[in-house]
Design a protein around this ligand. Structure first.
Ligand SMILES: [Zn+2]
Ligand SMILES: [Zn+2]
Length: 283
């Protein structure tokens, strides 16, 4: 399992690669635009080329792009929906040019009715048809705040089935905890993985967002926290991380960062979750 962080691209895209190298990360997640703005910043061909080259040199991967926050692929309002699909398609195309492996997207907000799921599925199908199969789009589970879709794996499976295009899953531990899956105890982890196995299938699960939660179990709230200092705790995270059914390529931390030491702390905690390496035989 490869470990990494969501890192900032403030200033330039390649800054995130430099940061990843400094931290000794193998995996990396970035935004490719300001996540809180509809304004589109053109990324020059040269900037794309520099990024691709820097990433190859650093040997960082998988490279994951997280969709910005404003698009709502479930929007009932036709104007917002069109704008959201357009933005999603643009970000997916840029992620492809940057040679990203995955693009992670939240399903969106809307009433829990068939039309909402259909709108998300159609948006994904349209964008993938336009951009191509790479990067693979991963739907992320949510805490179910407000009218957020994607609280249960079955909801994500519904979208995957309706879309008719290949999609995968990204599982956020803090979101799952907020949605009521008690990862602090082995029963919660098993229930979550069993629901994934029965729905989208464990092979669809490509990566984790590895976050502890500041919000209580089942609160429907999404508050990421430092590994081992939240309501899930280190033991819960370790049990989940080492669950034999869990076979993911990478775990990305989206933990708070007030000081650089926060990243070091979380990276150490994440490493401690990994099963100990087998002892090498003495020669
Ligand atoms: Zn997310
Ligand atoms: Zn979150």
């Amino acid at each position: 399992m490869r470990l990494g962080f969501h890192l900032s691209i403030a200033g330039s895209l390649t800054r995130a690669i430099t940061e990843a190298r400094l931290l000794g990360c193998q995996a990396l997640q970035i935004f490719v635009q300001n996540p809180r703005s509809w304004r589109w910043r053109e990324v020059s061909r040269e900037e794309v080329r520099n990024f691709v080259q820097a990433r190859r040199q650093a040997g960082v991967g998988p490279l994951v792009v997280h969709l910005s926050y404003l698009p709502n692929l479930a929007a009932a309002d036709p104007l917002l929906y069109r704008r959201s699909v357009q933005r999603f398609t643009q970000e997916l195309a840029l992620a492809r040019d940057l040679e990203a492996d995955y693009l992670v997207a939240h399903p969106g907000h809307g009433p829990l009715e068939p039309e909402s799921f259909l709108r998300v599925a159609q948006a994904l199908a349209q964008a993938v048809a336009q951009v191509g199969p790479r990067p693979l789009v991963l739907l992320e589970n949510t805490a179910g705040q407000g009218r957020e879709l994607g609280r249960q794996p079955a909801q994500l499976q519904r979208i995957m089935d309706l879309s008719g295009v290949p999609l995968g899953l990204c599982l956020d531990t803090a979101h799952a905890f907020g949605a009521g899956y008690d990862l602090a105890h082995p029963g919660g982890a098993s229930r979550l993985l069993a629901e994934i196995a029965a729905g989208p299938g464990l092979s669809a699960l490509k990566m984790l967002h590895l976050n502890d939660s500041k919000a209580p179990l089942g609160s429907g709230r999404d508050r990421h926290w430092h590994l081992g200092r939240g309501a899930i705790g280190l033991e819960g995270l370790a049990q989940f991380f080492r669950h034999p059914a869990l076979q993911v390529e990478a775990a990305i931390m989206e933990t708070p960062r007030r000081h650089r030491a926060d990243d070091w702390h979380n990276l150490l905690m994440a490493r401690s979750l990994m099963p100990p390496p087998a002892l090498l035989p003495r020669s």
